[in-house]
Structures are given as C-alpha cells and as structure tokens.
Design a binder for this molecule. Structure first.
Ligand code: ASP
Length: 301
C-alpha cells in the first residue's frame, strides 16, 4: 500500500505547505487501510481542496471575471473514470467527478451541466472564494482604481499580489491498495488570469490524470502544454518498461524540450514512487507500508 499527494509546482519556498500535504496524506492513508485506492485519493484531494492556500476547491484562482471555475478528475486502473470542468460553487469538485464516474456513462461534464448534475446528487451550493482571495481581489481593485492603466495591467498587478498571499498550486493524489488496485485524482482552480471557460489538463483523462495497468499519475503545471503532450498517459504507459522515477524523468525531459513547465507524481504497480518537475519545486508527501507517519518533501528542479 502506498499513497502520494502533491500541492502543485511553484517558485517560492513555502514551508507551511508540507503540513497541509502531510495532513492530506494521513487522511488518505487511513482510507487506504480500510477501503480502496480510489477512496484514498478522493479523501486526500478533498483535504487539499479544503485548504484555502491551495488552488483547488476553496482558494481556487478566480478567472478574469472574478469567478471561480474548478476542474477535477478521478480514475481507477480498470479504466473507470469521471471528471468535471468549469464547475462553480461546489466545495469538493473531486467528489462530483467521482459521481460522474460512478453514476453516468460519461467521462466529463462541464459548466452548467456539471453544476446541475452536482445539484441532483445533493451537493449543497458553496462559495469557494477564500478570505485570502477576497482580500487580494480588494487590494487589486484599489490598485486598478489608482493606476488608470489598461485592464491588462490590472490583472498583472493582481497576479503579483496573489503570489504574496501564499496561494499555491493544483492538488493531486495517487494510491495503490492492498489488492494492488491503483487510482489517481487531480483537482484545480485553473491558472491565474484564465479566461472564463478555459479548461486545463486536470479534468482530462490521460492528459492531467491517469490510472492504468502499470501505474497512476497526477500532473500539475502548464495545462495547455500537458494537454498537447498527453503526459499522464505517456508516463503511466512507460512504467511497463521502466521504474516510476525513470518514467517521470522521461516525461519531464519531453516537457522541457517542448518548453512546457510542469510536474508529476506517479506510482507503479511495483509500488515505486516517481516525482518530478521542470519548473522550480514540487511539494509532495507520501506514506508507504512500514512507515509510522507520512514523509513530506520538496523536489527541486
Ligand atoms: N494544470 C493546471 C491547469 O492548467 C494548473 C496547475 O497545475 O497549476 O489548469
């Protein structure tokens, strides 16, 4: 049994985040001991979605209209999977993604359709705008009022302010349970200054998130590039012939060659861990058999 979680890639050193990752890893590990890998990754991602410092669920980046549109996906190694994209006013998009996996014949629901589905499943409306985000937006509006500059400049200022408020990245988890079942889950509020309606890699199966015969992968970073390279699926397939770390390294090298800044966590059927990034740091935690508590690390480029 093994579970790994990540909190996105970032440039600045943020010590507090390792506690958040350890908490999510512990919550996921508890589920892993009693239930299945898919329950563990959902639980770990829910804990990270609820942390306002991370760009998923509560604390997600608002788009250029100031609204939060979130995306998430979940997958089991029997190829069952589900995702939501551009969903609004939901606390835990990863759980709605699981609903899509288990209660529909579809792989992805977007926008209003995803929200209607969540409502029918009984998910209560919830405002994911964190206090931190509100403060930042207020400051940004003040700046915009004084600047008299172009609207584009306004958003650049806002992006700078958000960096100071410890907002971090997308979140994800991969796990393998005692029956060797693997699962992957990824959740995001998208990227800074994204256009309304923009969807990145995270809810797209095989691109930002994948679990299959040889392993499970959760990606973070520049969504458009990850989509073009189909990275999650490639890394997962490479684990048939190489260990998890080599597969992730190969994915990072391919991304770098194509100027795509990204990171990945992976685990293989053989219970190896692979962690990598080519853009700064990726913060992660893991818990495997024999350990008394989760270990949290950051992996530098
Ligand atoms: N991959 C995410 C997206 O493009 C963002 C991130 O991982 O930071 O939406």
């Amino acid at each position: 049994m093994l579970i790994v979680v990540h909190g996105g890639i970032y440039v600045e050193e943020i010590p507090e985040i390792s506690d958040a990752l350890k908490k999510a890893c512990s919550a996921g590990h508890e589920f892993l001991m009693q239930k299945e890998a898919v329950d563990a990754v959902e639980e770990a991602v829910k804990v990270l979605e609820d942390d306002p410092r991370l760009d998923a669920g509560t604390g997600s980046y608002p788009n250029l209209l100031g609204e939060i549109e979130m995306s998430a996906s979940i997958m089991k190694d029997d190829l069952s999977c589900g995702g939501v994209a551009a969903i609004k006013n939901i606390k835990n998009p990863i759980s709605v993604a699981r609903g899509v996996m288990e209660q529909t014949k579809h792989v992805l629901l977007v926008g209003e359709g995803a929200n209607l589905f969540a409502k029918l499943l009984g998910f209560e409306p919830y405002n994911p705008m964190a206090e931190l985000t509100v403060t930042t937006l207020r400051k940004a509006i003040e700046i915009a009022e004084n600047e008299k500059n172009s609207i584009y400049h306004y958003y650049l200022e806002r992006a700078r302010l958000r960096l100071q408020t410890l907002q971090l990245g997308t979140v994800g988890s991969v796990a393998i349970d005692s029956k060797k079942q693997k699962a992957a889950a990824t959740s995001t509020g998208g990227i800074e200054m994204q256009l309304p309606g923009r969807v990145g890699d995270s809810p797209l199966i095989g691109l930002g998130n994948f679990a299959g015969e040889w392993g499970a992968v959760s990606m973070t970073g520049a969504g458009e590039g990850i989509i073009k390279l189909g990275l999650a699926r490639k890394i997962a397939d490479w684990m048939e012939e190489m260990d998890a770390q080599s597969a992730v390294d190969r994915g990072m090298a391919l991304a770098k060659k194509n100027n795509v800044v990204c990171g990945a966590i992976a685990l293989s059927l053989r219970e190896e861990i692979g962690i990598g990034n080519n853009g700064g740091k990726i913060s992660f935690a893991y818990w495997k058999d024999g350990m008394q508590e989760p270990h949290s690390y950051k992996n530098n480029q």
